[in-house]
Design a protein around this ligand. Structure first.
Ligand code: CU
Length: 377
């Protein structure tokens, strides 16, 4: 009886939070859902949790047309900048990544292999040569000065041999060159937002759902292969110029996230109320995928990162397409009649009747921002 009681208690404890979460995260009534599949009578269509919808409330026709291959929609190279099933480290495209993967592949791994093989040989020798049958009279030696010096010095030398390149790598990593472009990255439950303060660009980036995903709303664009692999493709990629030092200022809005792009050798915790800094310089244009790498809640696995590296001219075109301005082209502050702060984050908003154009509109081009208020409920 006691066992059954425990079983019931455990089951209730396991079910209650999930049930509570479902209720809390789906406050929107599901009655008018246009995405209801035909024939689904018993179970209502699950409404995506608040904060995960893309362009909510917009009709399909209002979605901007996507041109695969255009800037911001470069077609990823399969296996590059994304998991490709191979063991080991992804192909690195930053100087730090190249140094680190070289250190791992050509120094640490061989060293580990040699030490493991040496220990294995010692073990086998001891088992075979000094077994009771072959060696009935065990040696009574307890000291051997030469041997003791060797087995003390050898590990010290091995550690020094690891420490020197390791500390050199850390020094390179944490002593970044002067930044050409600064990107502020903010983690939210559960999406990323990006701001390029010097360019007047800011937007949110959401994972693209599969076409057959029942939680995808009818006005949400479905993932295609041109966007990238499942669970990694996003609606709005971060675009950065090739060959430039990009500084990432990383923070979070709610809980701890982690901004990670494996091909850049980049992983930086995003802590609320704290600005962390990391950097990357990518010479090779392409699309590089990453994921939030800190358990941050129920949809932690659904907030991927996609960074598109493009030649400088295309970067300027992308900035313009986001309503931003290249530094030097025309200072943003000059466009503001009354002392607007130079660093004010504004994407020039579409003119709204009755609204003075001088007011910096906080709303970026992407209407996903409307979900921020509800994302943390
Ligand atoms: Cu996260």
């Amino acid at each position: 009886m006691r066992l059954i009681g425990w079983a019931i208690a455990l089951a209730v404890a396991g079910i209650t939070p999930a049930a509570a979460q479902t209720t809390a995260s789906a406050p929107t009534p599901v009655t008018s859902s246009a995405a209801a599949p035909k024939g689904a009578t018993a179970a209502p269509v699950a409404t995506p949790p608040a904060g995960t919808a893309q362009n909510p409330g917009k009709a399909d026709a209002a979605q901007p047309a996507i041109v695969p291959g255009s800037v911001g929609h470069m077609i990823p190279t399969p296996g590059a900048g994304e998991p490709n099933g191979s063991k080991g480290i992804q192909l690195q495209v930053t100087p730090i990544g190249e140094e680190a993967s070289h250190f791992h592949n050509w120094w640490l791994l061989p060293l580990c292999a040699i030490i493991s093989a040496f220990v294995l040989i010692l073990l086998i020798t001891a088992l075979v040569r000094f077994r009771r049958g072959a060696n009935p009279e065990p040696s009574r030696n307890s000291h051997n000065t030469l041997l003791e010096v060797v087995w003390t010095l050898a590990p010290v030398l091995i550690l020094v041999a690891i420490a020197i390149p390791s500390i050199r790598l850390l020094r390179h990593q944490y002593d970044p060159p002067k930044a050409d472009v600064t990107v502020k990255v903010t983690g939210h439950q559960w999406y990323w937002s990006y701001e390029l303060p010097d360019y007047g660009v800011s937007f949110d980036s959401y994972m693209l759902k599969e076409a057959k995903d029942p939680t995808r709303q009818s006005n949400q664009r479905a993932r295609t292969n041109a966007d990238g692999p499942p669970l990694l493709a996003v609606d709005e990629r971060l675009v950065i110029p090739a060959g430039k030092v990009v500084k990432f200022i990383v923070t979070a809005d709610d809980v701890i996230h982690s901004f990670a792009v494996p091909a850049f050798w980049l992983k930086q915790d995003a802590n609320p109320g704290q600005l962390n800094e990391t950097w990357a310089k990518v010479d090779r244009p392409g699309v590089y995928f990453g994921q939030c790498s800190e358990l941050c809640g129920a949809r932690h696995g659904f907030m991927p990162i996609a960074v598109e590296v493009v030649p400088a001219a295309q970067f300027a075109a992308w900035v313009a397409s986001k309503g931003g301005t290249m530094p030097g082209a025309k200072p943003i502050a000059a466009a503001l009649p009354t002392g607007g702060a130079a660093g004010q984050m504004t994407t020039p908003a579409p003119a709204v009747p009755g609204t003075a154009t001088a007011v910096p509109a906080p709303a970026p081009a992407n209407p996903n921002v409307a979900n921020r208020a509800t994302a943390n409920d």
